[in-house]
Design a protein around this ligand. Structure first.
Ligand code: NAP
Length: 233
């Protein structure tokens, strides 16, 4: 089959060689957000398609038979676009999404919020003086007016984000994040509040283990509900 694999995640990178070894023709697609992305095996295209109509044209022109949406759970726009473009072109679509962290036993202790504005207000209400933000770089503008004495923003790659408050500390780190490393960061920086989003990745879950162990409060931004996939005829 000729497959378009919407990626930008470690799961998509792992899936590409698997599909290739099964004899499929795979084109992995990345948004092009980071300067030096980790590239999957096989053919790769980089950059947006130009909305739903652009994606639909791409599917037609390249005679794609199957789209696999293996994007990040918070990459909501491209997932929604994929549903509409596949409906328009009658292309088969499957979604591969990581399970939510809501299944973790400690998730009942977290403050769940529906978006970053609500997370920001929850930060203010907490009164925490030392906050670790691991929400990714794009949502950082929602948190610029935090009144905490210490704010650490940890991102994989800050890219072209600028204008962050001068007293913030930015840590660029793609991991791996071990429980030992997270405990050390939380202790060294006396973190009292962790703000993160429900990415569900096993690779970034050690911070939640560390927070549980140290009694650090957690504000968790929940996932949006993605549009349903069309039922096969
Ligand atoms: P998004 O908000 O859902 O998408 C915004 C636009 O970026 C889309 O409309 C599309 O542009 C383009 N785009 C997104 N993913 C693409 C892909 N795989 N291939 C081609 N174009 C893509 O996406 P996002 O949250 O900015 O995430 C961008 C990429 O980073 C995704 O591939 C995602 O898997 C990865 N990622 C995201 C996060 C996160 O927290 N959001 C974390 C880790 C990795 P057009 O409308 O022009 O087609």
């Amino acid at each position: 089959m000729k497959i378009l694999l919407l990626g930008g995640t470690s799961e998509a990178r792992a899936l590409a060689p698997q599909l290739l070894s099964e004899g499929h023709q795979v084109i992995s697609s990345l948004a092009g957000r980071v300067d030096s992305p980790l590239l999957p095996d096989g053919e790769v295209r980089i950059g947006g398609f130009g909305g739903v109509s652009g994606l639909a044209s791409y599917l037609r022109q390249n005679q794609i038979e199957l789209v696999i949406d293996a994007t990040h759970p918070f990459a909501e726009q491209i997932s929604a676009n994929a549903v509409l473009a596949c409906e328009q072109t009658k292309t088969q679509l499957v979604r591969r999404q990581r399970p939510s962290w809501i299944q973790r036993p400690d998730s009942t202790n977290w403050t769940w919020v529906s978006d970053h504005d609500e997370a920001f207000r929850a930060c203010l209400a907490s009164g925490a003086k030392s906050i670790l933000l691991t929400v990714g770089r794009q949502p950082l503008p929602h948190y610029l007016d935090l009144d905490a004495e210490k704010v650490i923003a940890r991102v994989a790659d800050l890219g072209r984000v600028s204008g962050l408050p001068t007293h913030w500390k930015v840590i660029e780190d793609r991991g791996p994040f071990t429980i030992e490393k997270e405990l050390k960061l939380f202790s060294d920086k006396q973190i009292k509040l962790l703000v993160t989003k429900d990415s569900g990745s096993a690779k970034t879950a050690a911070k939640l283990d560390a927070a549980a162990k140290l009694g650090v409060q957690v504000i968790m931004v929940a996932r949006s509900i993605l549009p349903d996939l069309a039922r096969p005829n």
